[in-house]
Ligand binder design. Structure first.
Ligand code: ZN
Length: 447
């Protein structure tokens, strides 16, 4: 179709002189994308991005590289700038709700706010604006749909904790009589199917196709569509043996549906939600597996944008989590090979140890380096005392110490995050900016 259009324009130019060709093309605003795909790596700090580069290219491959650089990841390939993430209070460290509101609405607010400003007035979100402009809209996340980031694009609530209310609003809140999103993929049956209200039934009555099994993603054939694949968040990538790249799979299934039957295009928010969750748990293997799924998702959307030629892809994070460092305990090294030897989340290993009342066998099933006698002894003592929290801390510390991974906190941190952009309008995101500027620029590109 494109080739036909070009040759027609060329012929028109040949017939009536070059000036008319210039005139026809200049009328189209080629600086604004038809589609916007907004990727948010929750908790994805700079250390996560550089750590993932080394993890992907595993450290022993670095030896003998000489003056050749370590191969780039897609995050490196499309890196354009950085963003500050502070909320609207004196803390300098944001939570995911204030961070997501900044990214969805361009408004700084208090921690906990879902698309409300400091006076608790609703903020217009990018998805709401896109819907009123007649675009197709979507959220895709590995968290439940009611979680802070997707919620801050869909609805308004004074607290991220009110997840039942947020689910209600996702059904009840309309823009010009329409649902805010035409497609929602993530977790959250616990909040959508309740004793007091069955929102899944309501969505179905309203014409939504519904799936609750990732293996049935291809059964979604048209919009609107709702996919809820877990009671709350989806399982961690590192624990999801059949489909570790589940964000990639949801995105792959969604793109052709979003790109159909709407000349106004689409806006999609896609969140790698659990980079944050793994980092809260100071679990490096868990975090790196989430980064792998997130990079594959970025590959799917940049491939789409390249083919489409009229799409903008923007990637950023709401904040960094865990105070991750590559190198710890005054040692000058980080060993991603050790991270590769861990094949389950610490959370799931502790759960298995508690169930089986066994430490060593669970360790050996999931981790390819030996548990030392002293460490085993400590974990067994804690198991006998039935102290899963102390067991968890001990287990992640063994992995962190062995790989020289540092963590300064189990919470968020306030340093700047990466801004990555590709496609039509990407140059606008160069250099330093505040997180609210990203949303403001996207609003500018929407209209
Ligand atoms: Zn967050």
């Amino acid at each position: 179709v494109k080739a036909l259009f070009i040759s027609a324009a060329v012929i028109a130019g040949l017939l009536s002189g070059c000036s008319s060709v210039t005139e026809t093309t200049s009328k189209k605003d080629t600086s604004k994308p038809k589609n916007i795909i907004y990727l948010i790596g929750d908790g994805m700090g700079m250390a996560h991005i550089s750590g993932y580069r080394h993890y992907k290219n595993s450290s022993d491959k670095h030896i003998g590289l000489g003056d050749k650089a370590v191969p780039k990841t897609l995050f490196d390939e499309y890196f354009v700038g950085i963003a500050s993430t502070l909320p609207d209070d004196e803390t300098l460290v944001t939570d995911s709700a204030a961070g997501a509101t900044a990214l969805s609405s361009g408004v700084k607010t208090y921690n906990g706010a879902i698309a409300l400003d400091n006076d608790k007035k609703p903020t217009l979100t990018l998805l709401q604006e896109a819907k009123s402009l007649g675009k197709t809209t979507a959220t895709i996340s590995t968290s439940q749909v009611t979680h802070a980031t997707p919620a801050s694009f869909l609805v308004h609530n004074e607290s991220r904790r009110n997840e039942d209310q947020i689910a209600d609003s996702i059904y009840d809140h309309r823009v010009d009589g329409q649902f805010v999103a035409d497609l929602m993929f993530g977790g959250g049956t616990k909040f959508f199917i309740r004793d007091d209200r069955n929102l899944v039934a309501k969505f179905k009555d309203s014409g939504f196709q519904y799936v609750d099994d990732l293996s049935a993603l291809n059964k979604v054939t048209q919009l609107p569509a709702l996919g809820l694949f877990a009671p709350k968040g989806l399982p961690y990538a590192v624990d999801h043996k059949e489909l570790p790249n589940r964000l990639t799979a949801m995105t792959k299934a969604a793109l052709p549906l979003l790109n159909k039957n709407n000349e106004n295009g689409f806006v999609a928010m896609i969140e790698g939600s659990q980079i944050d969750w793994c980092s809260h748990g100071n679990d490096i293997a868990c975090a790196m597996n989430e980064m792998a799924d997130f990079e594959q998702t970025l590959k799917v959307v940049t491939d789409f944008a390249r083919q489409d030629g009229n799409t903008l892809v923007v990637v950023t994070a709401d904040h960094s989590t865990g105070g991750l460092t590559l190198g710890a305990n005054s040692e000058y090294k980080w060993l991603p090979d050790v991270v590769h030897k861990v094949h389950a989340s610490a959370e799931s290993m502790i759960k298995q140890m508690l169930e089986k009342k066994e430490v060593a066998s669970i360790w050996n099933q999931n981790i390819e380096f030996k548990l030392e006698a002293e460490q085993q002894n400590k974990l067994e003592k804690l198991l006998a005392k039935n102290d899963p929290e102390a067991m968890y801390k001990t287990l992640v510390k063994i992995i962190s110490d062995r790989s020289f991974t540092g963590w300064t906190t189990t919470g968020h941190t306030g340093e700047d995050v990466a801004v990555i952009a590709y496609g039509v309008g990407a140059e606008q995101f160069k250099g330093f900016q505040d997180n609210t500027d990203i949303a403001k620029k996207l609003f500018g590109l929407l209209k």
